[in-house]
Design a protein around this ligand. Structure first.
Ligand code: PRX
Length: 635
């Protein structure tokens, strides 16, 4: 059942300022769409021409084994060739790539030259530990400059990275290490969050004790608290970087366009996390094009994607695309409202940030503190704003537009997924906006909204959001599980060959798209993606719980919050104490984002005759809505 947090105000228009359109990287959206539609392969080839290649491709798109599409086949490249190597011999050499600010106010700046050197040094460190092309490296860190260095160094040596968000707990980390079979892991002693230390290294120790897969752990010193360093396995980053072989030059591995760049685990409909696989070639072409066109990146911009590098948003739009474009990015370690609710606005003013890209949940969180906090700071450097992660409710959109953007900055609401690699539905600066709509597909992207039989639904009717043609940064497979790749994304509309996004959407009378929410067992809590099964398996791993079901309930601040239903084992009794204990258990097993807001102890759960839990029934009941069709209900 899809969420519907709001009624789309489909007739409220915001038109872009003429000078913004005239100076935009793409001044005419329709024209570019027409070009792309006329000859998609020529269109993407032209985009690929803007990048450097060791060897050009022979074939733009190989669709002979669909849905295992291949892009720029025969091309030789490396993400780092475009993100760094080509810049250091040119005019970007001394430009700032990153301005980092710690939660404690510490500052680090990295020019392209300096970043290139650090990446080279760390590439040599990785090679010194025996890491070779194809080996997987797990990264579990806070938001420090070294996470970017580590990701790029992995790309440089051709070792796919698997970044696990630092908010995940030991169990989630362990299962990702196991799935990727990574022998090398990078972490920090701890991470700063709201003035407190998140003990990352302790979590790593616990996760590593579950198997003997990890042979080397590299630890960045950030917080300086005492941690356990296991002799032979654990190494300090700064010590490795001081070794004689950690020289500031390193060969960049020559990769096939289709060689893996990274695996990023995301939630699906079963408990086992899915390793979404992206590659060096198509991903560079698509992420750099989308960032340049949707956010209109210019030489003098200061770009701030306020996501975590551990999510796809961070991979594509903190690390890779901005570097390919030679942009200057801000990376901020802490929370938006710490120590005061104006921390973000302080940063905007201090660094002259011109483009801010964040999530609706953050906007709503900041909105709660009122207009005084942003009004204390000079936000005049801002020229574009962005949103991602969940539908933005019109109220938050208008606040963002008026209070932060001073009615001058368009809001680029980007719909996309871990699987898509880059923006799929988004306005360009030349497109008129409606609050809450991601507007229209990116040039070259063909989407539709269809019913169960694949027929397009009518105006303002709900249906499945599908993507009808391949695009360069599309997921290549689920790591190690081709079958799951097919069943998850391609089976439902196999006859038509369409990609199933898993979202419900509608199209209004002007052809604008409105993404309503997930229609599978995936939850969006504060923009984070979680599988119901992940939270449920966290609950049943407690000895008192026999069975559980969780659902997402709409929440003003967080988009959704989790409600859990638990059947207890014989002899166990539901109580406030047990509820608190179970919440703590989920926090430990899965992570803080998975903690249910409320846990209800029940005697039974509504199930189909085949034993599947009917979460929509639980949800309708929780929301006091009609229960709908109960013909498949067992009891
Ligand atoms: O439900 C959609 C929602 O986030 C899902 C993808 O989550 P994830 O893979 O974690 O990637 C998030 C960042 C790209 C989608 O299936 N979603 C993402 N952006 C939007 C959105 N829903 C509505 N509007 C958006 N702009």
């Amino acid at each position: 059942m899809a969420e519907q947090g709001f009624t789309p105000p489909t007739s409220e228009w915001y038109h872009p300022a003429p000078e913004l359109v005239a100076n935009a990287n793409v001044p005419n959206y329709e024209e570019v769409c027409a070009q792309a539609r006329q000859d998609p392969q020529a269109f993407w080839a032209e985009r690929a021409e803007t990048l450097s290649w060791y060897k050009k491709w022979d074939t733009v798109l190989d669709d002979s084994n669909a849905p295992f599409y291949k892009w720029f086949v025969g091309g030789k490249t490396n993400m780092v060739l475009n993100a760094l190597d080509r810049h250091v011999s040119g005019e970007k050499r001394n430009k700032l790539a990153f301005i980092w600010e710690g939660e404690d106010g510490a500052e680090v700046t990295l020019s392209y030259w300096r970043l290139w050197q650090e990446v080279n040094k760390f590439a040599n460190v990785l090679r010194g530990l025996g890491v070779q092309k194809g080996d997987r490296v797990t990264i579990y860190m806070g938001r420090v400059p070294e996470i970017v260095i580590a990701m790029l160094a992995c790309a440089k040596v051709g070792a796919p990275h698997s970044v696990v968000y630092g908010g995940f707990s030991e169990q989630a980390l362990a299962s990702r290490i196991e799935d990727a079979q990574s022998k090398v892991l990078l972490t920090c002693d701890g991470a700063w969050l709201r003035g407190k230390i998140v003990p990352l290294k302790d979590t790593v120790d616990e996760a590593c004790s579950r198997s003997d897969i990890v042979k080397d752990v590299i630890v960045v010193k950030r917080t300086g608290q005492a941690i356990n360093m296991q002799a032979g396995r654990d190494h300090w980053y700064h010590e490795l970087m001081a070794l004689p072989h950690a020289k500031p030059e390193a060969e960049t591995e020559i990769m096939d366009a289709e060689d893996p760049l990274f695996i990023l685990y995301t939630s699906g409909t079963t408990g086992k996390p899915k390793g979404v696989l992206h590659t060096h070639g198509g991903y560079q072409v698509y992420t750099s094009t989308t960032l340049s066109w949707a956010f209109d990146i210019k030489e003098e911009d200061r770009w701030w994607c306020a996501a975590d590098p551990g999510w796809i948003t961070g991979h594509s739009y903190i690390v890779y695309a901005p570097l390919i474009l030679g942009a200057t990015s801000i990376l901020y370690e802490g929370a938006p409202t710490f120590p005061e609710p104006d921390r973000w606005w302080q940063l905007v003013a201090k660094y002259g940030i011109s483009i801010l890209y964040t999530a609706p949940t953050a906007i709503r969180g900041l909105m709660r503190f009122g207009e005084d906090y942003p009004d204390r700071h000079d936000l005049s450097s801002l020229r574009l704003l962005g949103s991602v992660g969940e539908p933005i409710n019109p109220e938050a959109w208008r606040w963002y537009h008026r209070v932060i953007g001073k009615e001058r900055c368009p809001i680029i609401d980007t719909w996309w997924q871990t699987e898509t690699g880059g923006f799929m539905i988004t306005p360009l600066p030349s497109v008129a906006l409606k609050p809450g709509s991601a507007t229209r597909p990116f040039p070259g992207i063909e989407v539709d909204i269809v019913d169960e039989d694949g027929n397009p639904v009518g105006v303002n009717e709900d249906g499945d959001l599908v993507i009808k043609t391949p695009w360069p940064s599309m997921i290549r497979t689920v790591y190690g599980d081709d079958e799951r790749f097919i069943s998850q994304y391609w089976q439902k509309y196999a006859a038509q060959g369409w990609y199933l996004a898993g979202d419900t959407a509608r199209r209004d009378e002007d052809g604008y798209l409105w993404v309503i929410g997930r229609n599978d067992d995936v939850l969006k809590v504060s923009g984070y993606r979680l599988g119901t099964a992940e939270v449920e398996s966290g609950l049943v791993s407690h000895s008192a719980v026999a069975e559980s079901a969780v659902i997402g309930i709409p929440d003003e601040l967080r988009g959704n919050v989790i409600y859990a239903y638990c059947i207890l084992v014989a002899g166990a009794e539901g109580s406030d104490e047990l509820e608190a204990e179970l919440k703590a258990h989920v926090r430990h097993e899965v992570g803080p984002i998975a903690v249910p807001k409320q846990i209800e102890f029940v005697e039974s759960l509504p199930k189909t005759r085949s034993g599947k839990i009917m979460r929509r029934v639980l949800k309708a009941q929780a929301l006091g809505q009609p229960l709908g069709d109960l013909s498949t209900l067992e009891d």
